[in-house]
Ligand binder design. Structure first.
Ligand code: HDE
Length: 695
């Protein structure tokens, strides 16, 4: 509809000031990217009030053009991620082993930026698929940036970088179909895995509960590849890096993770952001396993093989520091998206190993940033800049150069200083990065060392080290994944390989698929039994508090406020947080006539989002909620996902309808509210056989 022009260039509707705020001073006004002030950010320039729009409108063109180019290519792997700023504090010096200041100056706090990610899904995929989690830390040290680009699983699928593109092509959505997104449960992934026995150990981890974490605050981190530390005498020590979460390693149930994907696709991102925003800062211990070359040579596998781990029981982790994440990014794109992690970002005193997976990584990350961030100058983006120290050299120009260099010294050697000019930076033979003098020998060959040939012993070690429920979850996960595989020969090959891991596991998976067990495949090296490693379990290692855990209290009109207050006090007293769920967001009218505001509406706050639930209802409230599917599911899922369910006696009919049966995790809240805390701190593993048929 035509609008009446009021002044030239504006209309009654668009007249700045009528419908929106305008600038009150030059400091607050909107400008173009080149600084010209904008008078009207609501209307394009037209030939008359009803158009056409004029090509002359540089403000419109600049704004639309910038928008058109807002997206950059997403990471080819690890596209979906969430990050935070924080610091590292050294508590124990490794001065005997390294000159790196970050590992020798006790008490020193180093700024860092940590990005967690899933691997297979795109940037817009969900947070809770079954997947490995990336755990990438950029330390802004005083000797340059050190990036420890790790995962939440200590081993990897392949031994040589040359297989990486194949692995990733196989796991990503299938090339012809464009699905499945963020899922390994499909033909091409399992086809590759079946043909690549070296991946079997990692498959054990990826099918375990570690691949469906409860929170990014509750995952372990591993450098995976072996590195070296180099001391002042030039002596090198082999090292593996570890992160251990203060909140313990905690996971979801598989069917719960699937439901969370729908209920809150940003479940992990939100959890991390909110925890930090509330001052509940996630924290990890940092530890190392150290080996001399002789010790490494004596191990029954090759320390350069990234499909192997060194059991903690044999080489304990020495905790030397801590990481605290205490600040959310201000801008997701500028920081989290543009962060470029590079295993080649290393500092004097730390060095690489010859691990052929790591060697390929040393090329890949630098290279991929060029297509993703578009220029060799990506190190100048604020999040990537070396903040702990100056950076200077004679590299010049390139797209998006932001540094304005002075003088003419842009080459080396130069003698300009002799003429009183600035001659620029120089190499530092003493303090500069030096590669450890590791001997190398041999002919040029495309071969895999024989010491890499045992693909099954550690897969067996992992499976046999798990508790019974964890073994059942692992077997069921493989059944789930192979049930999504449509090619019978692919399923069969995986089963043949699994026999080499553990015959009972293969048998359970075969039964879960209702398929006969084929003959075992022939391993390159016969697997051996190793001493079980309890450190590889998760169950039994939950911390003994509600710290980091979230309890939902379901209320409706007529609920007893005193019981709500009691539960809140107990939960918060134990370090947990409370989230009130009510049928309506405005809250519920309690028995005493007061209104309790809700944190979430029932339909949008299913129990899968919480660690335990307290269902506090009056008889009337219960009668109403019996007719609400979301309420029945709330109780049913909490029970099914092995959570503590606290309830008032009046809520019993809802529990009956939901199939909640009495057990040690189902607590009448009229008993001491504290009785609810013990089961709320963990999951009720004993309940599982009642609610789920596991392989
Ligand atoms: Fe990566 N990996 N990777 N990777 N990786 C990338 O680099 C690659 C591997 C890991 O939050 C890419 O900047 C090769 C192991 C993390 O931004 C790319 C090989 C481990 C992240 C790349 C591996 C990792 C990446 C894609 C086999 C655990 C996300 C975007 C030799 C130790 C970092 C990017 C972030 C990202 C290559 C194997 C961890 C393509 C070639 C093993 C946490 O360069």
């Amino acid at each position: 509809m035509a609008k009446t022009p009021t002044t030239a260039g504006t209309t009654a509707l668009g007249d700045a000031g009528e419908l929106h705020q305008t600038a009150s001073s030059p400091e607050t006004r909107t400008t173009t990217n080149h600084g010209a002030p904008i008078s009207d950010n609501q209307n394009s320039l037209k030939a008359g009030p009803r158009g056409s729009t004029l090509l002359e409108d540089f403000i419109l063109r600049e704004k639309i053009q910038h928008f058109d180019h807002e997206r950059i290519p997403e990471r080819i792997v690890h596209a979906r991620g969430s990050a935070a700023h924080g610091f590292f504090e050294l508590t124990d010096s490794l001065a005997d082993y390294t000159t790196a200041k970050i590992l020798t100056e006790v008490g020193q706090k180093t700024e860092l930026f940590t990005r967690f990610s899933t691997v297979a899904g795109g940037a817009g995929s969900v947070d809770t698929p079954r997947d490995v989690r990336g755990f990438a830390v950029k330390f802004y040290t005083t000797e340059g940036n050190w990036d420890l680009v790790g995962n939440n699983i200590p081993v990897f699928f392949i031994q040589d970088a040359i297989k990486f593109p194949d692995l990733i092509h196989a796991v990503k959505m299938e090339a012809d179909k464009g699905y499945p997104q963020a899922a390994s449960a499909h033909d091409t992934f399992w086809d590759f895995i079946g043909l690549m026995p070296e991946s079997t150990h990692m498959i054990m981890w990826a099918m375990s509960d570690r691949a469906i974490p409860r929170s990014l605050r509750m995952i372990e981190g591993f450098g995976v590849n072996t590195f070296r530390l180099v001391n002042a005498e030039g002596v090198a020590t082999l090292v593996k890096f570890h992160w251990r979460p203060k909140l313990g390693t905690q996971s979801t149930c598989w069917d719960e993770a699937v439901k969370i994907a729908g209920a809150d696709p940003d479940y992990h991102r939100r959890d991390l952001y909110e925890a930090i925003a509330q001052g509940d800062f996630p924290e990890w211990e940092f530890g190392v396993q150290l080996f001399t070359q002789e010790e490494a040579d004596a191990l029954p596998f090759d320390i350069l093989d990234a499909t192997k781990l060194v059991p903690e029981e044999d080489y304990p982790i020495r905790v030397i520091g801590r990481m605290v994440l205490d600040r959310n990014p201000d801008n997701f794109f500028a920081e989290t998206e543009q962060a470029a992690f590079l295993p080649t970002n290393i500092v004097p005193g730390i060095d690489f190993s010859e691990d052929p997976l790591l060697q390929g990584r040393l090329f890949s990350y630098q290279d991929t940033q060029l297509s993703r961030l578009g220029t060799v100058n990506f190190h100048q983006i604020p999040i990537n800049q070396a903040k702990g120290c100056p950076f200077q050299n004679f590299q010049r120009d390139g797209q998006m150069q932001t540094q304005v260099f002075k003088g003419r010294a842009n080459y080396e050697p130069n003698s300009l200083a002799e003429a009183g000019e600035d001659g620029g930076p120089r190499e530092d033979p003493k303090g500069g990065f030096r590669t450890a003098p590791v001997p190398v020998e041999g002919e040029k060959v495309r071969l895999r060392a024989e010491s890499f040939a045992d693909h099954y012993s550690q897969a067996r070690l992992f499976f046999q080290s798990q508790t019974a429920p964890e073994q059942a979850h692992l077997a069921s996960a493989i059944v789930f994944e192979l049930s999504k595989v449509s090619l019978p020969h692919v399923r069969e090959r995986v089963l043949s390989n699994l026999i080499n891991v553990d015959e009972t596991l293969a048998q359970r998976v075969a039964e879960g698929l209702n398929l006969p067990l084929p003959k075992a495949s022939k391993p390159a090296v016969a697997p051996v039994d190793l001493e079980p490693s309890p450190a590889l379990r998760i169950i039994g290692k939950y911390p003994d508090t509600l710290k980091g855990r979230k309890v939902a209290i379901l209320v409706a009109d007529g609920s007893d406020g005193a019981v709500v207050a009691q539960v809140r006090k107990a939960v918060e007293g134990d370090g947990g947080s409370v989230f009130v769920v009510a049928p309506k967001i405005g809250g519920a009218k309690l028995a005493d006539g007061s209104t309790l505001a809700a944190d979430g509406q029932l339909a949008g706050s299913p129990s899968v989002l919480f660690d335990a639930v307290a269902i506090i209802l009056s008889a009337d409230g219960c009668a109403q909620l019996m007719k609400e599917g979301a309420a029945v599911d709330f109780a049913k899922d909490a029970f099914g996902h092995l959570k503590a369910v606290g309830f008032t006696a009046e809520a019993q009919p809802l529990l009956d309808k939901a199939g909640v049966e009495p057990d040690e995790g189902v607590i009448d809240l009229s008993s001491a509210a504290d009785a609810f805390l013990t089961p709320a701190r963990t999951r009720q593993w004993d309940r599982e056989p009642k609610v789920r048929m596991l392989a």
